[in-house]
Design a protein around this ligand. Structure first.
Ligand code: SAM
Length: 322
């Protein structure tokens, strides 16, 4: 097992925060939610009764993994934003059962997550080579090891993470993923949440136990600790709504009163007006047409779309035309 670290986490946080908090509409990038506590909170979100995406995606993998392996002949799995790789184990087990499993490459910004997942998986799958990358998948895809001759590869992006990109960046990100795929040999496995009744979507981001609210506010805890800031975390309210025109969820933090905040490490003072909102995440929802358009724009062909029994979530396989 090896883990390569590419990330200069402090630099990346400082640059992003300086950029995001000095915009006319303040914004922070969702990758900064995931310190150790944020990663734990995300796992708890996945267990909330309202949060259907994880259960739906898992059920697709349980029903479809053997077919995915048979169809693609996959021997190597590269996973972007791998997190705890809970669902990924279903696919790895199907690869092991088919006798094709050789290598797993988890890529995530959260270092301890890559270390832990890599350590667990070499135990669980004897003989599996795990080559982890601690890095930002928007900047460090060149750290993904080259594919091996004769071993078909799947690059997976699960959990609806692709929805965190605005449409233009989403397409350019998909284009850079496409470069990891050999035409006619490799596949992209993409998990996307689907457009549906807005009440179901909004409930998923406003769980009754308040875990998503704690996850959202945790980004301010990260800024306080890493950038020596003095956000009054409890003075920000969690606010998540489905934008019906753009068909995406927005997560925001809303200042309950006027505030001045100092970020000492950036020598930056930022003011919030009463009720001012700070955007922390978008999570785009997809239709089959949107998926096909995005793939075509990235030079990929959408080959197969699998959904759960309730049609809540989709897993799709795409490839570069060979
Ligand atoms: C929504 S979670 C999904 C986790 C897991 N794949 C799942 O399906 O449950 C997003 C994951 O992507 C990681 N992540 C977010 N932005 C990233 C980036 N720019 N580069 C690398 N990893 C990132 C986070 O640390 C987190 O583990």
């Amino acid at each position: 097992m090896t883990v390569e670290t590419r990330l200069d986490a402090e630099r990346s946080l400082a640059d992003d925060v300086l950029d995001g908090l000095t915009r006319p509409f303040k914004e922070l990038a969702p990758k900064h939610f995931y310190d150790a506590h944020g990663a734990e909170l995300f796992d708890q979100i996945c267990e909330q009764p309202e949060y259907y995406p994880t259960r739906a995606e898992r059920s697709i993998l349980v029903a479809g993994s053997a077919d995915i392996v048979a169809r693609t002949g996959v021997g190597e799995l590269v996973e972007l934003g791998s997190g705890t790789a809970e669902k990924t184990r279903v696919l790895l087990a199907a690869m092991a059962a088919a006798g094709t499993l050789t290598r797993y490459v988890p890529v995530d910004v959260t270092e301890h997550m890559v270390q832990r997942t890599a350590g667990e998986l070499v135990e669980e799958f004897p003989g599996l080579r795990v080559e982890g990358v601690v890095g930002d998948f928007e900047q460090h895809l060149d750290a993904v090891p080259a594919p091996e001759d004769g071993v078909p590869r799947i690059v997976a992006l699960l959990g609806g993470t692709i929805g965190n990109f605005i449409p233009g960046s989403r397409r350019s990100f998909l284009r850079s993923i496409a470069e990891l795929l050999r035409p006619g040999v490799d596949h992209l496995l993409l998990g996307t949440d689907l457009v549906k009744d807005p009440a179901i979507i909004e409930a998923a981001y406003n769980d009754a136990a308040g875990v998503t609210a704690a996850f959202n506010r945790n980004i301010l805890v990260v800024l306080n600790r890493e950038l020596d800031a003095n956000f009054d975390v409890d003075a920000f309210e969690h606010y998540a709504f489905f934008d019906r025109e753009r068909e995406w969820i927005e997560m925001r933090l809303r200042a309950t009163h006027r505030m001045d905040v100092r970020l000492e490490a950036l020598k930056l003072d930022v003011s919030f007006a009463a009720r001012e909102e700070l955007r922390t995440e978008i999570s785009a929802k997809f239709t089959r047409e949107r998926l096909a358009h995005d793939m075509a724009a990235a030079g990929l062909e959408l080959r197969e779309v699998l959904t759960d029994d309730d049609g809540l979530f989709a897993l799709s396989l795409s490839a570069r035309p060979g």
